[in-house]
Each structure stands twice: as C-alpha cells, then as structure tokens.
Design a protein around this ligand. Structure first.
Ligand code: BDR
Ligand code: CA
Length: 313
C-alpha cells in the first residue's frame, strides 16, 4: 500500500490523542503533514495544548500543530468536559508543552497544503467537529476536488446519539460544517458510533498499553483509565469506546472495517434532532450514495494494531 499523506484535524480529547499516537507510530503507512486543532471536546486553547502534549509524549515536537476555529460556523460552541475532564485530557499528569504552535491559521494550512500537493494525494483525517474543514471548503471551494479522501469520526445510524438522543457529538457541535462536508462530493469514509461502540477499551486492552513500560504506553493507559469511566457507567459496557483511533486505524489497515456505501444527510433545522446523520442504510430513497458508512470492526485486530504501533514510539 503506498504511503498516505494526511492532515489530522482534531479536538483532543483522550481518544483523539490515541488516534494521533497511532498515526505517529505508523510512519511506513502515514506521512503526517500537520495537525489542525478545532474547538470541540474543550475550547480551542486546550485542544491546541493537548495536541502538542500528545506529540511531545511521542517525542515528535517536530510535527506542525496549527490553531483553527474557536467556534462552529454558525452556532455557539458546545463542549464535553463531562466526558473528557476539565483539561480535555484528564488522566495523566499533564505538562506545559514546550513546542510552539505553527504560525498561521489551520484553515489556511489546509487550503495551502491541498493546493500545493498534486490532486488526489492528501487525505483529511477528521476527529472532531468539522468546522475547520467546512471553513476551508467555503473559503476555497477549489480544494474540494483535490482531496484524496476524508476519513471522519462522526455520526451514527443504529446507535443514534450520544450527546442528544438523536445526534453524535462531532456532528451535533457543527451541523452546518458537517452538512457542507457531506454535500461536498469529496470521497468520504465515516466511522460512526455504530463502529466505535464496538471498539471498547477493556481493562486487559488498557493493561496491554501499560505493559509496554514506555512513556507513551503509560500515558495511553492513564488517559484511558480516566476516559472509560464515563461510558462504562452510561452503557454498562466492559470499557469505553475508542472512537477516533478508528480513523487512523482505517488508514493503516482498511480491512479491519466494513460497511456500506450509502447516502447520508445531516439534520440542521430541527432543535429535536439537530446533528442527526440520516443514513439511507436500507437504500429506501433514490438519493445518491455519498459516504462509505462503516458498521463493523475487528476489535481484537484494532487493539493489536494500536498496541503494536504504540510500542514503536
Ligand atoms: C466523538 O466526540 C468526542 O467526544 C470524541 O473525541 C469523539 O471524536 C465521539 O462522539
Ligand atoms: Ca474527537
């Protein structure tokens, strides 16, 4: 498989941090051109800080980290400290990152990177609300046809909502940006809750990270010890869902996932169902398919990959 050039757009978040670590541990498959931060799980200053802490934990202070949008395109920000803690990365003892933010706005970095590289060679791996991508597509529509693929954590069909009964968090926070992405025509692969709720960080799986005995292994285990408590209490499951690493795992080992190419529309009007991803799973309309919508993951294979790649850091 040829190496893929990617931009990770993110709002760390413990599971975002795990997704970034998986990418950093996989240089043979992924060339990380930059990390673009967005407000989501916590406000922008904290997501920018947490992305840099994650890079430093992996010894990769050289990765450019850009600050992006601090609020959704057309709405006030909704955050998720109740899931991720006040820092967004509760669990390990956090430090003040030494690496500076890269100069310039994340949206401009996304635009310039897509214009600078040959069409069809840069993939956007999105782990948070789609504000930066929506803003880039609105500002520079010419870049849309240059995107190789957008691989997104967001949405749900069978699992429906986690932040409201109807909506998944990343789509709920900025439904207008999500709508812009789903309607863009860019090749789109979606990791919804239907997949991520099958990728549970059980105690033995967290212990496997701890047993690496490295700085990154301990960092990962301490993050997930904190992160899993919310969903295990809520769902009564064996562990918390590791949402965002499904995106980077797919870019490394696509065969771990399966789903259907279907039409997905985003609800932007209704207060009751704002941010709902209406997936035509059973193809009951003639709306054209616009997304590869995943619903299955080989969870053991996924966690083996994570452990193997974190061991390389
Ligand atoms: C998504 O929302 C955030 O809390 C997680 O980081 C993930 O991206 C799951 O709904
Ligand atoms: Ca996230």
């Amino acid at each position: 498989m040829p190496k893929r050039q990617i931009i990770i757009d993110t709002d760390p978040g413990q599971d975002d941090a795990m997704a970034i670590l998986l990418a950093l541990g996989s240089p043979q498959e992924l060339e990380l051109l930059g990390i673009t931060c967005v407000a989501g799980n916590v406000p922008l200053d904290l997501t920018c800080k947490n992305a840099r802490i994650t890079c430093e934990a992996a010894g990769r202070a050289d990765v450019p980290v850009y600050a992006g949008c601090g609020a959704p395109l057309e709405r006030p920000l909704v955050t998720a400290e109740h899931v991720h803690g006040l820092t967004g990365l509760d669990g390990p003892d956090l430090w003040e990152p030494q690496m500076p933010l890269a100069e310039g706005h994340a949206v401009d970095f996304i635009i310039h990177t897509l214009r600078r590289h040959p069409p069809g060679t840069v993939t956007l791996a999105t782990l948070g609300p789609l504000t930066n991508i929506g803003a880039a597509f609105r500002k520079a529509p010419d870049i849309i046809s240059r995107v190789q693929e957008i691989v997104m954590m967001g949405g749900a069909y069978f699992e429906v909502g986690n932040i409201t009964p109807a909506a998944e968090f990343n789509i709920y926070v900025d439904p207008e940006a999500a709508e812009c992405v789903f309607k863009s025509g860019a090749a789109l692969t979606v990791m919804p809750l239907d997949v991520t709720h099958k990728a549970l960080a059980t105690k033995p799986r967290i212990d496997a990270f701890r047993a690496l005995g490295s700085k990154v292994g301990t960092f990962a285990a301490e993050m997930l010890d904190f992160f899993e408590r919310f969903d295990t209490e809520k769902y009564g499951s064996d562990g918390g869902p590791l949402h965002d690493p499904c995106v980077t795992a797919y870019l490394i080992r696509p065969e771990l996932f399966s789903g259907k190419h279907v039409n997905v529309e985003v609800e932007v009007q209704s207060d009751l169902t704002r941010g709902m991803t209406v997936a035509d799973w059973w193809r009951v309309t003639d709306r054209a398919p616009n997304a590869m919508f995943m619903d299955q993951v080989d969870a053991d294979g996924f966690f083996s990959l994570l452990t193997e790649r974190l061991a390389r850091l």
